[in-house]
Design a protein around this ligand. Structure first.
Ligand code: TA6
Length: 280
C-alpha cells in the first residue's frame, strides 16, 4: 500500500517524502542521489501501524513512560494519527511543508486534552530541518514528552562513529533498564556501536557529527534537552518483525528529545523545538 504522502523537491535534486500517517518523513535524498534516512524494507505501511524507519514523531509520550497517570501507546499516538496538510511552499532554494494534528484526529481513551500540533519539514540544499510545535488549546495545563526518532542510514554500523556526546552524562537503558536515574559518563572518544545501544544523553551544546563514514551534522534546538541514541544490535533486530535481521547494520537513531522532564504546557501556550540534519 502506498500511503498518502507529499514530496518536496529542489531543482538541484534534493527531495524529501512525508507521509500524512504520523507526519512521518519517509525519505530524504540529497542532490547526489544518496538516501540519508533508513526506512526498513519490512516496514508496515498499512496506515495504522507505526513505521520502522524515517522520522517517527513521538508525542505526547516517549517509549512506555507513563504521563500523569495515563497509559498511552508506546511513543504516543502522533506517529499513528492522520495529519493534514496545512501549507506547502517551494522556492529554488527552499521547500517547506507544514502538517497539522489536533485533538479531533486523536482517538485514544486516555487522552482528552485539546491541542494543535504542527510539524514543519524544511528542505534546503544538503539539509533537512524538522520542527515540532504544539499549542495548548485547552483550558487546563497538561504535560507531554516528545521526540523526533530519526533513523539515519549508514552503510555498515561497524564503521560508524558519533562525535559530540562524549562529555554528556547519559542513562544507559540496556545496562540500567530498571533505573533511569543512574547516569554514566562515556569518556573522550566518539561513540561506536558493537551491540545493542539505547542511551538517553543530556543534549550537547554543539552539533553532533555522524561519520558513516559519509558525514552528517546534527543540531537540535534548546527545547530538546536530550538526545537518544539507539541501535538494536543483532539480537534485538531478530525480534523486531518489521526490521530485517541485518537491518541494524544499516541504521542508527539519533533522536532529538524532550523526555526526562516533561513539558507542562499552560493554556494558550505554544512549545516548539527542531532538529536539523546537514550532509557533510
Ligand atoms: O528510542 C529508543 C527506543 O525507545 C528503544 O528503546 C526502542 O524501543 C526504540 O525506541 C523503538 O521503539 P519502537 O516502538 O518503534 O519499536
Amino acid at each position: 500500500m502506498t500511503l498518502p504522502q507529499v514530496q518536496l523537491r529542489l531543482p538541484a535534486g534534493d527531495a524529501v517524502t512525508v507521509a500524512l500517517h504520523g507526519a512521518h518523513v519517509l525519505s530524504w535524498q540529497t542532490a547526489d542521489g544518496r538516501e540519508r534516512l533508513y526506512l526498513s524494507p519490512d516496514a508496515v505501511l498499512d496506515g495504522k501501524s507505526p513505521i520502522r524507519g524515517g522520522i517517527p514523531v513521538c508525542f505526547p509520550q516517549f517509549n512506555q513512560r507513563v504521563l500523569a497517570g495515563r497509559v498511552l501507546p508506546k511513543h504516543g499516538f502522533a506517529r499513528t494519527a492522520t495529519w493534514s496538510v496545512q501549507g506547502q511552499s517551494e522556492t529554488p532554494h527552499k521547500a517547506q511543508l507544514v502538517l497539522r494534528l489536533t485533538t479531533d484526529g486523536v482517538h485514544h481513551p486516555q487522552w482528552s486534552h485539546r491541542f494543535e500540533a504542527h510539524l514543519t519539514v524544511s528542505l534546503t540544499p544538503g539539509a533537512l530541518s524538522v520542527a515540532f510545535a504544539v499549542t495548548n488549546t485547552d483550558d487546563e495545563a497538561w504535560p507531554f514528552a516528545v521526540a523526533l526518532h530519526s533513523y539515519l542510514r549508514v552503510d555498515d554500523i561497524a564503521e560508524v562513529s558519533l562525535a559530540g556526546l562524549s562529555q554528556q552524562p547519559y542513562w544507559d537503558a540496556v545496562l540500567d533498564a530498571g533505573d533511569p536515574s543512574r547516569l554514566s559518563q562515556q569518556g573522550p572518544t566518539p561513540l561506536r556501536f558493537d551491540g545493542e545501544t539505547d542511551r538517553v544523553y543530556a543534549a550537547a551544546d554543539g552539533p553532533l557529527t555522524l561519520s558513516t563514514p559519509v558525514g552528517l551534522r546534527m543540531e537540535q534546538s534548546a527545547g530538546f534537552t536530550e538526545t537518544v541514541v539507539w541501535n538494536p544490535g543483532a539480537v534485538l533486530a531478530t525480534q523486531l518483525a518489521d526490521l530485517p535481521d541485518d537491518g541494524f547494520r544499516h541504521m542508527v537513531c539519533v533522536e532529538a528529545a524532550k523526555i526526562n522532564v516533561p513539558v507542562l504546557l499552560l493554556p494558550g501556550q505554544t512549545w516548539t523545538a527542531s532538529q536539523s540534519l546537514t550532509a557533510l
